[in-house]
Unconditional design. Structure first.
Length: 393
């Protein structure tokens, strides 16, 4: 292997419990790099001492992935204070040096303007600026401070959509950073698709005809709109089933799940909306592959993981008409306004009536082309970040 072309890239662990989309992004990226850019990039995942072992074990099965544990990467670690006040998270920097890291990938983490390595800052979205009312003032301030520190630290900035690029240029108009848009694509590993999908449905007592909504129960994911649409359908005498999965914890609004549950019961929708909570990834894909359509009513996304996964299997989609959803699907889905329960109800009724016999979908033939492009564009980003860093020294 040519040592000059082989790059060791540091990533920090993203817990699936806290952000399933981020965890899936890393897992999919690592597998794509191994398959489509062999020998070019070695992901080195740094995890805190308390990171869930099952999550790390799953990532460790991906060829080429190296996992290192250190207390310097615990969420409670005070490295951010050092990074901002002193210009360097010293413990993290030492861990990178010991592991012979060439490039650092920052996701919701800043290691300081004095970090002596090329660094890529991933800005998944700008929800804190576009939907500020969903954040406590301190949380909003901390997130924006992090972004501004990374911009001032002259990171190469990674975005996942052209929609996010437009937001970046509008919200931070004076930046001079190296910027790249890399739209990710999804190719689930074969072991995630090995379960009998219909048996999984039976395990949860879910009939073969249902919509699937695999989003954490966060306020901006807009589950309430789906419940309003189901109530409208109930009034019309139309009964459909929506199955949801994902975390039930909403740190920004304690008691949100209980509030949603009360609404469902008050409107008699217990048989129309079922939230399963966190379920194993193979089960998530079993539901996705058999659903008559994916629903994503979200008010804001950077680049939806669930939409990408649905695209990989050819699952019909009923989506909020936010810019990034239209960008991801090129206008091929059914769309509705984020407050338009009537149109959503119409789409659900029409899709339900038009659905045929149950199917278990497999990956589409074009998935490899899309994921290979994702891996190659990411590898190109790594080279660009190194060149940008070298030119500024």
């Amino acid at each position: 292997m040519d040592e000059k072309s082989h790059v060791r890239v540091a990533f920090t662990h993203i817990s699936r419990q806290l952000w399933a989309g981020g965890y899936n992004y890393q897992s999919n990226l690592f597998a794509a790099l191994n398959r489509y850019c062999p020998g070019q990039i070695s992901p080195v995942l740094f995890a805190g001492a308390y990171a869930p072992p099952d999550e790390l074990d799953a990532l460790a099965t991906i060829p080429g992935v190296e996992i290192l544990r250190s207390a310097a990467f615990d969420r409670r670690h005070a490295g951010l204070i050092s990074a901002v006040a002193l210009g360097l998270d010293g413990q993290a920097a030492e861990a990178f040096r010991a592991a012979k890291i060439d490039v650092v990938f920052e996701s919701a983490r800043f290691f300081g303007r004095r970090l002596p390595l090329p660094a890529i800052a991933w800005f998944p979205d700008f929800q804190h600026r576009k939907l500020p009312h969903l954040f406590a003032p301190m949380a909003r301030w901390r997130r924006d401070l992090g972004f501004r520190a990374q911009i001032a630290g002259q990171r190469t900035i990674l975005l996942s959509s052209n929609s996010a690029l437009a937001d970046l240029r509008s919200l931070y108009p004076r930046l001079t950073n190296n910027i790249a848009v890399v739209q990710f694509a999804s190719e689930p590993a074969s072991h995630l698709l090995a379960v009998d999908a219909l048996q999984v449905l039976a395990q949860y007592a879910v009939p073969p005809k249902f919509f699937f909504l695999p989003n954490h129960l966060w306020v901006h994911k807009n589950h309430r709109l789906v419940i309003r649409a189901l109530a409208l359908l109930k009034q019309r005498g139309v009964d459909v089933l929506v199955v949801a999965s994902g975390s039930l914890e909403e740190p920004r609004e304690p008691g949100y799940f209980e509030s949603i549950t009360r609404d469902i019961k008050a409107q008699g929708l217990e048989t129309n909306f079922r939230h399963l909570g966190m379920i194993p990834l193979p089960h998530v894909f079993a539901f996705l592959r058999t659903a008559i359509a994916l629903i994503n009513p979200s008010r804001f996304e950077g680049w939806s993981t669930t939409v990408e996964e649905a695209k990989s299997f050819g699952v019909p989609m009923v989506l909020s008409n936010i810019e990034v959803h239209v960008e991801q699907t090129n206008g091929t889905a059914r769309y509705f306004g984020v407050d338009d329960a009537e149109t959503l109800a119409d789409h659900l009724a029409d899709t339900w009536a038009a659905s045929g016999s149950p199917v278990v979908r497999t990956l589409l033939p074009n998935v490899e082309v899309r994921v290979a492009a994702f891996a190659e564009n990411f590898a190109r980003l790594i080279r660009s970040a190194r060149e940008w860093h070298a030119a500024r020294r």
